[in-house]
Design a protein around this ligand. Structure first.
Ligand code: ZN
Length: 61
């Protein structure tokens, strides 16, 4: 088990949201998470680089 935290910027309210990333789930995934500030459903893309550092970004809806 290997868990890191990373952050993304909400597409609706612009808040920076910090979320835990479960690196054992694979190097690339996409999921929807409701913003804890404004409840906007963000489509979050996760990618883990060769050094095991996760990167998160929000894709358009
Ligand atoms: Zn938001």
């Amino acid at each position: 088990m290997n868990e890191e935290v990373a952050s993304y910027t909400c597409a609706s309210c612009g808040e920076q949201i910090v979320v835990p990333v479960d690196l054992s789930a694979g190097s690339e995934k996409e999921y929807v998470e409701a913003c804890p500030i404004c409840s906007h459903p963000n489509v979050i893309h996760v990618e883990v680089d060769n050094h095991g550092e996760p990167r998160l970004w929000v894709t358009g809806d």
